[in-house]
Design a protein around this ligand. Structure first.
Ligand SMILES: NC(=O)c1ccc[n+]([C@@H]2O[C@H](COP(=O)([O-])OP(=O)(O)OC[C@H]3O[C@@H](n4cnc5c(N)ncnc54)[C@H](OP(=O)(O)O)[C@@H]3O)[C@@H](O)[C@H]2O)c1
Length: 246
């Protein structure tokens, strides 16, 4: 099950956290992974995949630079002739109560978390339609489902990914391209380590399964949605949140 041999996958934000776990798992299942992050940040992920006998290459891209995104996709197509899986994972927070939120905090979060997914999806769609198949999985958040004080920008971007994915799912279903969302809860990564211990404790107390999630928990859901076994699933939001939002 979940054999991805022969598939070419692009994973954004693959330098650490959830993106690194996704890249590692897709490669372990046989995909050739293009691990994207800024500068040479994805190099350690690629080295680890190679060390485990998998196929991967690093792509240096700031996902807010549309030209650079298009170049990554064009390069991958030129080298491999196909793109089967896109995982829109790169994301940031710039938390602030709305009255104090700077326009730049809003713009940066929307550009990184939402607009980049649009640019990447548009770039991979033509080859996927030509191939008559593909998988687009975007990483949203429980915050996009519930809202969270101090995260109006982040919640808007993550809820936006859900609406975007459902609309696109309807557009391309007849071409056998599926478009789904994974909505993690509180996952133990650099992003959540930046939250204060007190706030982390408050959040963790709301998790029925009694623990923070691991990046691997999210990667498993992405791998499933990227697989042939998920071919009848599109336009869905798969929550990986320990039950914190049902
Ligand atoms: N951790 C959680 O609890 C949680 C919960 C729900 C949803 N999520 C979502 O899951 C995704 C991954 O989160 P994480 O916790 O793994 O975060 P993380 O550890 O902070 O990693 C963020 C990743 O995004 C990349 N990135 C950020 N801005 C970028 C840009 N402009 N261009 C290219 N890459 C960029 C980073 O790459 P660089 O090395 O270039 O910085 C890094 O690989 C995000 O979309 C986040 O919103 C996380």
């Amino acid at each position: 099950m979940f054999d991805l041999s022969g598939k070419v996958a692009i994973v954004t934000g693959a330098s650490r956290g959830i993106g690194r776990a996704v890249a590692t798992l897709l490669a372990a299942r046989g995909a050739h992974v293009i691990a994207a992050a800024r500068g040479d940040h994805a190099a350690p992920t690629v080295a680890a995949i190679h060390g485990a006998g998998g196929g991967a290459e690093a792509a240096s891209v700031d996902v807010t630079d549309s030209g650079a995104v298009e170049a990554v996709v064009a390069g991958a197509l030129a080298r491999h002739g196909r793109i089967d899986i896109l995982v829109n994972n790169a994301g940031i927070t710039r938390d602030q109560l709305l009255l104090r939120m700077k326009r730049d905090d809003w713009d940066q979060v929307i550009a990184t978390n939402l607009t980049a997914a649009f640019v990447f999806a548009q770039a991979v769609l033509r080859p996927m339609i030509r191939q008559r198949g593909g998988r687009i999985v975007s990483i949203s958040s429980v915050v996009g489902q519930t809202g969270n004080a101090g995260q109006a920008n982040y919640a808007a971007s993550k809820a936006g990914l859900i609406g975007f994915s459902r609309a696109l799912a309807r557009e391309v279903a007849s071409r056998h391209v599926t478009v789904n969302v994974v909505a993690p809860g509180l996952i133990d990564t650099d992003m959540t380590r930046a939250i204060s211990g007190q706030a982390q404790g408050d959040w963790a107390a709301q998790i029925p399964l009694g623990r923070l999630g691991d990046a691997a928990d999210v990667a498993a859901a992405v791998c499933f949605l990227a697989s042939d076994e998920a071919s009848y699933i599109t336009g869905q939001v798969l929550a990986v949140n320990g039950g914190m939002y049902m």
